[in-house]
Design a protein around this ligand. Structure first.
Ligand SMILES: [Zn+2]
Length: 221
């Protein structure tokens, strides 16, 4: 498994997520009780998406490659990052008709010049031969940064913020969609994207991210 731009010490400290995990949200579990296991959070409040998988626990070590990608636009680590994602999401990728990244609002895209989730989706698409709809979803309105917001405020912040681009509906309807993002924190953004895709007729929506927050107290991004 490639370590990309990470030092051997940092690579050794990465916490890769492996079985047993929650079938629904991909959070690591202490033990597996049956063929299909849901964590207590998913049992109490099932997410909108069908299945989510993450390569890494989002923590102090995985934070650096995530921020390198998001803030400085460093692409040199991409093949390592997507290699880890392909391993965690192999079944989801295989079963997907189309990969769709979580979009930035165009004003943020203009300032930053790139969308890190789009890069991840395009790289995975190129490596696996899966179709990628980079502009399948649009942000219908600009939302303040999710940083520093707790779960309920995050959901309110992004509620209704996404829609399927009208010209792309025919490529979403009846399809199995795999949503791609860099980090899953509370899941509010990915939930809002799933809603938009299902409203446009997507038959099934899975989620694949590079890293996920495992405890809400770790929400610092
Ligand atoms: Zn779960």
């Amino acid at each position: 498994m490639g370590r990309g731009p990470l030092s051997p010490e940092d690579f050794a400290r990465l916490h890769f997520i492996s079985d047993p995990l929650c079938d629904r949200c991909g959070v690591p579990l202490d033990y597996r009780t049956g063929d299909e296991t849901w964590c207590v959070v998913c049992l109490a409040r099932p997410p909108r998406w069908d299945r989510a998988r993450a390569a890494l626990v989002y923590d102090e070590t995985s934070r650096r490659p995530v921020l390198d990608l998001k803030r400085s636009g460093r692409r040199d680590g991409l093949p390592a990052l997507t290699g880890w994602m392909r391993q965690a999401g192999s079944v989801l990728i295989e079963e997907a008709d189309v990969l769709v990244p979580v979009p930035l609002h165009y004003t943020r895209l203009v300032v930053r010049g790139f969308n890190q989730s789009g890069w991840l989706a395009q790289t995975i698409g190129a490596e696996t031969g899966r179709r990628v709809l980079v502009d399948g979803l649009v942000r219908a309105r600009r939302t303040p940064s999710q940083a520093g917001l707790a779960g309920r405020a995050r959901r309110r912040n992004v509620s209704g913020a996404f829609r399927v681009r009208p010209g792309r509906k025919g490529l979403i309807e009846g399809k199995r969609v795999l949503l791609i993002d860099d980090v899953l924190t509370t899941g509010a953004t990915l939930s809002a994207c799933t809603r938009a895709l299902k409203q446009a007729g997507a038959r099934h929506v899975d989620v694949l991210v590079l890293a996920r927050v495992v405890r809400e107290t770790d929400v610092t991004i």
